[in-house]
Design a protein around this ligand. Structure first.
Ligand code: HAM
Length: 429
C-alpha cells in the first residue's frame, strides 16, 4: 500500500496482477484446450491445495535451487506450521500421488493440474510473482515413449493455440550413475575459469555448479560454451534412453534442438530435460513457454520406494503474451442478438422472468435494467447493433404479451409469452 499526502492508495502487489474481463477469454481458451488434450490422452485432473508444508518444496524442489533459496512465499501459521504458497506443482503432485495411494493403481498414472503458482522473482516482462501453470505428469513408467509423448502433447497444445514458431530444446542430464563423474569434470573446468564467472555463479560453483549452465549472463555463457558436455559422459542406460527419445521425436517430425547446456535448474531432474521456446517479436530473445523433464528419484525421496516419473508445465501468462504478439484472436462469448427493455415498475420483475426464460432456451440477451426510459434503452440497443428488442410494458405484460421490435425496420409485433422462445428462435435462424 502506497501513502501519498495522507491518502492511502491501495495497489496490487508488484508482479501480481488482476486478470481483467478483457483477458478472461484467453485464460478460458488455454484451460479448455489443455483440458481437452489431457482428457483425450487419459490424464485425470487433480487440484492440490495452494498452500503446502514448506518442507515439501525444500526437499522436493530442492534446497539448492533458485526457487527454494530466494523465491518462496513462506509463512508461519498461528498453529506454528511452516507453510509455503506453491512455487510449482510437481512436489504437490508427488505428495498427492503417495498420500492418496495412487501407487497401488494400475501404472502409469497420468495427472493434469492447473492453477496459480507463486515465486518471489524480480517482476519484468514474462516474469511474474503470481502466474498460472498447467501441468501434465506421468507416474510409474521408465519408458522413453512417455517422454516423447509428453513433448508431443505439449507441442500440439501450443500449436493448437496458434503459436506455430516453436523449438523444442532438449538435453539429457544423466542420473545418479553418470552425473557424479560429470560433475567432477565440470567443476574442474569451472574452477579453472572461476574469475570469468558472475558473482552469483561464483556462489553456485560451491553449491550447485549445474545451475551455471543455465546462467543468462553473457560472460558465464562464454565460459559454459567451452565446458565439457554431459551428453558425452552419459552411462549406457541414460545414453540409450535419450537416443530412443530423440528417435521418437524424429519419427513424430518434431523440430528439436539438442542443447547440451540445458540443465533446468531444478534438483529433481534425471535423464531427459526439455523446454519449448519461441522467439519474441523482434527475434532478439527466446522465451521459454513450457519446461519439464524426467524425475525418476523424486517419489523415492518421500516414499522410500522408487517410482519413475516424467512431466512438464506451461506458463499461461507467457503463452497469452505470445498469442497476443502474434495477434491470435480468441472467440469471446457470442454477441447477444436480443435486447430486453422494460417500461414501468412491475414490468421490471416481469422482464427478469423473461430473462430467465431466454437463458434456459440458450438465447443470449442483454439488458439495461437501471434505465427507466424506453428511448434511453433503445439507444443502448442501437449502439450495440442489436437485431431485436423485446419490450416488456405494463399493459401488455398484464395480458401476458410483449412487444418484439425489429431494430432495423422499426416494425413492432405483439407476441404471447408462451410463444416467445419459438418466435425468437425462428427470427434468429
Ligand atoms: P518451470 O520451468 O520452473 O518448471 O516453469 C514452467 C513454466 O512456467 C515456464 O516455462 C514458464 O512458461 C512459466 N514460468 C516460470 N516462471 C515464471 C514467472 N516468474 N512468470 C511467468 N511465468 C513463469 C516447473 O515449474 C516444473 N514444475 C515443470 C515440471 C513439471 N517438470 C516436471 N514436471
Amino acid at each position: 500500500m502506497a501513502t501519498k499526502k495522507g491518502k492511502t492508495k491501495i495497489q496490487s502487489v508488484p508482479g501480481m496482477s488482476d486478470i481483467l474481463p478483457k483477458d478472461q477469454a484467453f485464460f478460458k481458451k488455454i484451460y479448455t484446450t489443455v483440458n481437452d488434450f489431457s482428457s483425450f490422452y487419459g490424464f485425470a485432473e487433480l487440484t492440490p491445495p495452494i498452500l503446502e508444508y514448506t518442507e515439501l518444496f525444500e526437499k522436493g524442489t530442492g534446497d539448492d535451487t533458485e526457487i527454494v533459496e530466494k523465491q518462496m512465499y513462506s509463512l508461519r501459521s498461528d498453529g506454528g506450521d511452516y507453510l509455503t504458497l506453491r512455487p510449482e506443482f510437481t512436489p504437490s503432485l508427488v505428495r498427492s500421488y503417495i498420500e492418496n495411494g495412487m501407487i497401488s493403481l494400475p501404472q502409469p498414472v497420468k495427472l493434469f493440474s492447473y492453477g496459480p503458482v507463486f515465486r518471489h522473482e524480480k517482476p519484468q516482462a514474462g516474469r511474474f510473482r503470481q502466474f498460472n501453470q498447467f501441468n501434465l505428469e506421468v507416474f510409474g513408467s521408465t519408458k522413453p515413449i512417455i517422454d516423447a509423448e509428453l513433448i508431443y502433447i505439449f507441442y500440439n497444445i501450443l500449436q493448437s493455440l496458434g503459436i506455430k514458431d516453436l523449438t523444442i530444446e532438449i538435453n539429457s542430464i544423466g542420473d545418479q550413475e553418470c552425473r557424479p563423474a560429470y560433475k567432477k569434470l565440470l567443476l574442474k573446468y569451472l574452477r579453472k575459469n572461476e574469475k570469468f564467472l558472475c558473482s552469483d555463479c561464483k556462489k553456485r560453483l560451491k553449491k550447485n555448479p549445474f545451475r551455471i549452465l543455465d546462467c543468462k549472463e553473457e560472460r558465464c555463457q562464454q565460459v559454459v560454451s567451452g565446458a565439457p558436455q554431459i551428453i558425452d559422459h552419459l552411462c549406457k542406460e541414460c545414453h540409450n534412453h535419450f537416443k530412443k527419445v530423440l528417435e521418437f521425436l524424429d519419427d513424430l517430425g518434431l523440430p528439436y534442438n539438442l542443447n547440451p547446456y540445458l540443465a533446468r535448474g531444478l534438483d529433481y531432474y534425471t535423464k531427459t530435460v526439455f523446454e519449448i521456446v519461441t522467439e519474441d517479436k523482434d527475434g532478439k530473445s527466446k522465451m521459454s513457454l513450457l519446461g519439464g523433464g524426467r524425475y525418476d528419484n523424486l517419489v523415492k525421496l518421500f516414499y522410500g520406494k522408487s517410482v519413475p516419473a516424467c512431466g512438464g508445465a506451461g506458463g499461461v501468462e507467457r503463452i497469452i503474451a505470445a498469442m497476443k504478439e502474434r495477434e491470435i484472436q480468441v472467440l469471446e462469448k457470442p454477441k447477444p442478438a436480443i435486447f430486453l427493455a422494460q417500461l414501468g415498475n412491475t414490468a421490471k420483475t416481469k422482464a427478469l422472468n423473461v430473462m430467465e426464460v431466454l437463458r434456459r432456451a440458450n438465447l443470449p440477451v442483454i439488458e439495461s435494467f437501471d434505465k427507466d426510459s424506453l428511448t434511453a434503452q433503445l439507444k443502448v440497443a442501437n449502439k450495440l447493433k442489436i437485431g431485436y428488442t423485446l419490450i416488456v410494458a405494463e399493459e401488455e405484460a398484464s395480458k401476458n404479451m410483449l412487444i418484439v421490435r425489429n431494430m432495423k425496420t422499426g416494425k413492432q409485433t405483439l407476441v404471447k409469452m408462451e410463444r416467445l422462445v419459438k418466435e425468437m428462435k425462428k427470427k434468429l435462424k
